[in-house]
Design a protein around this ligand. Structure first.
Ligand code: ATP
Ligand code: MG
Length: 572
């Protein structure tokens, strides 16, 4: 491509909502324009990179017998009502009516549509397994669209769905997709980790996320320094066991006046005790049943774990009225000893293993000290309900867990029969008996992957593309446009590289050398072939490697060889 003819502009100023490097750099390099909050125009440079990511995905998936389809963005409400998600999905689902008052939505994901497509043709076990994917625009009315393509409302996703005859073969498909994702992300050139993940409102029983490691990542990942355990903090666990303290250390329970001291921080400062001497007591409503949840004062409760443990649809903190009915006091002074109304007590492991803890007294402005589990209260459930923190121990090998920030670029789920059951997607097995198809689903955020690659690979001058997803692999920079010789050399090297199949751009603009260098660094072409009058006299050009800043003198006749070798070494 001739840059002089490219639909392209660079910007010096970036809008202030662009807070993270990838967002700023995509604006500055003229890759995207915002049309509306979380909705973007993809300009040619962005789309070139996106197409390369898509082609890597297509290549790895077709190698594994996956088939591409293209399904509609507009989806009828009936399907979502059948699966039960019309009521459940919430405000992220953008709903509208057509002229006949029929309900529709813009697809945030395609389980319903694909299950419907499959059930129309699935008859026999002989047809399975099927593994179907598409690369398509999704719409999710995100509460806080931000970070550019990282969290848009309209975005490009690869979504895939598998249909198997039973759990066992579905598990095999899952493993195959897990392995395909490893191959895909490796080829995009990003540094990533696969981590255990919660299934969220897609549903299902097992899941992994693919996380690109980056400071600005919205996700927190816990990873063991010793073994390969890695999990999103939403699901991560640590070595946990119910420890007991010898009873001889137990002291007598005593009330203590704590006027106005409601939070753990306040009481802990007031009593000059560390937060880990406290038991935090929280009244929750789990699927309509009030429950008292206990966790040590220095730890945070992980509601997702409560949800999973109870297989609940909703887990919410109780309001003031319910708290008063149960405890006779207000939040902050609630505790497990002497509740007004007996409710189920659920405790995190952290509550055990220490003696003489402090809790609310179920009386306004009072706490009690020297509370000991088992002597003073009995929890009916004791399990792992807290967020793991850095320094906690690995649940597999007891190694130390460290935290990292990550950007979720992909996720694989094993769905089981969640959708095939609600939508009646069945087949006849070997014995002629009707069975439900066992499903999996597999997503990749294509735009997010591009953004994450920039987030991970840039410097103060601009983007440093991994070669396989760079919009162009190489740029030719004739420096003196008033020199016929330089212009001619530029043209001929450009023509040769193009002819031999390199993905090349030519900066044929009548601009100064400094200007061209700045742009080339900003856009991040992995290689710059620099043509200057002086070096031409020696029959050489300079090739700069964007990543390392190294420069090589290369004979004109060897430029293609050099470029080709660099590209193939980088792709390895
Ligand atoms: P998140 O937790 O970040 O909201 P998700 O878990 O809801 O994402 P999935 O349903 O797993 O997302 O979607 C598959 C992939 O689509 C994600 O791994 C992510 O890369 C991408 N994706 C999801 N939401 C967005 C978005 N708002 N903008 C861009 N990409 C997105
Ligand atoms: Mg996800």
């Amino acid at each position: 491509m001739r840059i002089g003819q490219m639909f392209y502009h660079t910007l010096k100023e970036v809008p202030k909502e662009a807070q993270i490097p990838s967002h700023q750099l995509m604006f500055r390099a003229g890759m995207i324009q915002q049309l509306s909050s979380g909705v973007y125009n993809y300009l040619p440079l962005a789309l070139k990179s996106i197409r390369k990511i898509e082609n890597i995905i297509r290549d790895e998936l077709s190698k594994r017998e996956c088939q591409e389809v293209l399904l509609p963005v507009v989806q009828p409400a009936e399907l979502w009502k059948e699966s039960g998600r019309w009521d459940f999905y919430g405000a992220e689902l953008l709903r509208f009516k057509d002229r006949k008052e029929n309900d529709f939505c813009l697809g945030p994901t395609h389980e319903e549509v694909v299950t419907d497509m499959v059930r129309k043709v699935l008859k026999s076990y002989r047809q399975l397994p099927w593994n179907i994917f598409q690369i398509q625009t999704k719409f999710r009315d995100e509460v806080r669209p931000r970070f550019g393509l990282m969290r848009g409302r309209e975005f490009i996703m690869k979504d895939g769905y598998s249909f198997d005859i039973d759990e066992e073969s579905s598990k095999e498909t899952y493993n195959k997709m897990y392995e395909a994702y490893q191959a895909i992300f490796k080829r995009t050139g990003v540094q990533f980790r696969a981590v255990e993940a919660v299934t969220g409102n897609i549903g299902g029983s097992m899941s992994h996320e693919f996380q690109v490691l980056a400071k600005s990542g919205e996700d927190l990942i816990m990873s063991c320094v010793n073994c390969d355990y890695a999990a999103n903090v939403e699901i991560a666990s640590s070595v946990y066991e119910k420890a007991t303290v010898e009873k001889k250390f137990y002291l007598d329970v005593t009330d203590i006046h704590t006027p106005g001291q409601k939070t753990i921080d306040e009481v802990s400062a007031f009593l000059e005790k560390d937060s880990h001497s406290f038991i935090k007591s929280l009244v929750y409503i789990i699927d309509e049943e009030p429950v008292l949840v206990l966790i040590r004062g220095d730890k945070d409760l992980n509601e997702a774990k409560l949800m999973t443990y109870f297989g609940a649809n909703s887990v919410e903190l109780a309001d003031d009225i319910v708290i008063e009915q149960i405890s006779g006091t207000v939040a902050g002074f609630v505790g497990p000893v002497g509740l007004k109304k007996n409710i189920k007590i659920v405790a995190d492991y952290s509550v055990y293993g220490q003696a003489n803890m402090i809790t609310g007294a179920n009386r306004n402005e009072y706490h009690i000290v020297n509370v000991n589990p088992e002597r003073d209260f009995e929890a009916s459930v004791v399990d792992d309900f807290g967020f793991v923190a850095s320094g906690d121990r690995c649940p597999r090998c007891r190694g130390v867990l460290e935290d990292y920030r990550g950007i979720e670029v992909g996720q694989v789920f094993s769905l089981g029969i969640k959708y095939s059951k609600s939508m009646n997607c069945t087949f006849l097995d070997k014995d002629g008996k009707e069975q439900l198809a066992v499903m999996g689903c597999y997503g990749i955020g294509v735009g997010r992957t591009m953004a994450a690659a920039i987030e991970q690979n840039h410097d103060e001058n601009g983007i440093i593309w991994p070669i396989s997803i760079a919009p162009y692999e190489v740029v030719v920079l004739p420096l003196q446009m008033n020199s016929e010789e330089v212009v001619a050399a530029g043209e001929s090297i450009y023509a040769e590289l193009k002819e031999l199949g390199a993905d090349v751009a030519l900066d044929d603009r009548e601009e100064r050398a400094g200007f061209k260098f700045k742009d080339a660094d900003l856009i991040g072409y992995p290689l710059q072939v620099i043509i200057g009058r002086k070096s031409l006299d020696k029959g050489v050009v300079e090739v700069k490697i964007r990543k390392s800043g190294e420069k090589f003198e290369v004979l004109i006749q060897n430029v293609f060889q050099f470029v080709q070798k660099y590209i193939s070494d980088e792709k390895e």
